[in-house]
Design a protein around this ligand. Structure first.
Ligand code: FE2
Ligand code: FE2
Length: 331
């Protein structure tokens, strides 16, 4: 029987995967069961919200947004249908006749940010990793097909820092720069998984340390510096995250001066793709607003990096970044 239900308890032995609401476009044939997560004293139980024979309507979707719901859930059995739905709807939105760079930006930004948020909560989920992979591929193809899109996306970046939007910024800028250098998509797609998930290991760093606004103690710093190792351990089991992406996750805080972490690698052991991650990671940190510092203008951040960080960064790549972003970004 077709239904939108809110009070149906279910067999709780299923595995439920988060489906970010931003990925669930209304009226597009979301023909799979969707569940609501209801907090309980011991965690969360799942109740059927919409059965597979109904589509998600705009009205129902709006209701969820107004209630502050960010995720619905799908069971393992339905995960394949959900994943196919995201792939199709994102592809349709990006390839629609007359879709403007602003419209493409909105689809890529909102979908990917919500997806990264879900992935930080469930880094082991194979469904989320497949969806991350498909979003990365759509992003690389869209940036490759439309030379204006990188600038449009960069100017839409929120200056308010969150781990999730930061991942999307790094992924977009890293992908744009690497595409400029390589010109072909296949290797860029491999690297882009690393850019999107470079900080995933932070989901294993205590939140009070991540949120601390004052100076970190030595032992807190050591905890933060473990995030590349945590990230690799979490991502290695996923087929969608290849060796190049793992290298980026492992080494994005290494420096050409040999003073980076966690391995203090010499420059010859830091790949070009990983050097790009370090560059755009620092650029985004400087141009984002944080509780303890205002956002820098893009042009000022690039100048600071060129004048003060040249021992640590790849100056040739920095020049390329300056060329593709130019003085207009975030200025
Ligand atoms: Fe990091
Ligand atoms: Fe980062």
């Amino acid at each position: 029987m077709a239904k939108y239900l809110k009070n149906d308890t279910l067999d709780q032995t299923h595995i439920y995967h988060p489906a970010p609401l931003a990925t669930l476009h209304a009226g597009k044939g979301a023909h799979f069961d969707l569940y609501l997560g209801v907090p309980t004293r011991s965690g969360q139980r799942f109740v059927l919200y919409k059965s597979a024979d109904l589509d998600l309507t705009e009205e129902k979707r709006r209701e969820l947004v107004e209630r502050g719901v960010k995720f619905l859930y799908v069971t393992d059995d339905e995960a394949g249908n959900y994943f196919t739905f995201v792939d199709r709807t994102v592809g349709e939105a990006l390839n629609a006749e007359g879709a403007s760079p602003e419209q493409k930006t909105s689809v890529l930004y909102s979908t990917t940010t919500a997806l990264v948020q879900a992935t930080f909560a469930r880094p082991e989920s194979p469904v989320l990793m497949k969806t991350n992979r498909t979003m990365v591929e759509h992003t690389v193809e869209a940036l490759s097909a439309d030379p204006v899109l990188l600038r449009t996306m960069a100017s839409a970046f929120s200056m308010d820092y969150s781990l999730y939007s930061h991942a999307v910024h790094v992924s977009t800028l890293g992908t744009g720069l690497l595409l400029e250098i390589l010109g072909t998509e296949a290797r860029v797609k491999e690297a882009a998984m690393g850019y999107l998930l470079h900080d995933i290991g932070k989901c294993r760093v205590p939140t009070d340390i991540l949120r601390k606004t004052g100076v970190l103690t030595l032992s807190e710093m050591r905890e933060v510096e473990k995030h590349p190792d945590h990230g690799v351990a979490l991502m290695r089991p996923h087929l969608e995250v290849g060796d190049l992406a793992l290298d980026i996750i492992q080494s994005h805080h290494e420096k050409l001066s040999g003073r980076g972490y966690p391995r203090r690698l010499p420059p010859e052991r830091i790949s070009m793709e990983t050097r790009i991650c370090s560059l755009v990671d620092i650029y985004d940190a400087l141009t984002s607003h944080r509780v303890y510092k205002p956002a820098m203008r893009g042009v000022d951040a690039l100048t600071l990096m060129r004048d003060k960080m040249y021992e640590d960064l790849d100056v040739g790549l920095l020049k390329q970044l300056i060329r593709i972003l130019g003085p207009r970004h975030k200025s």
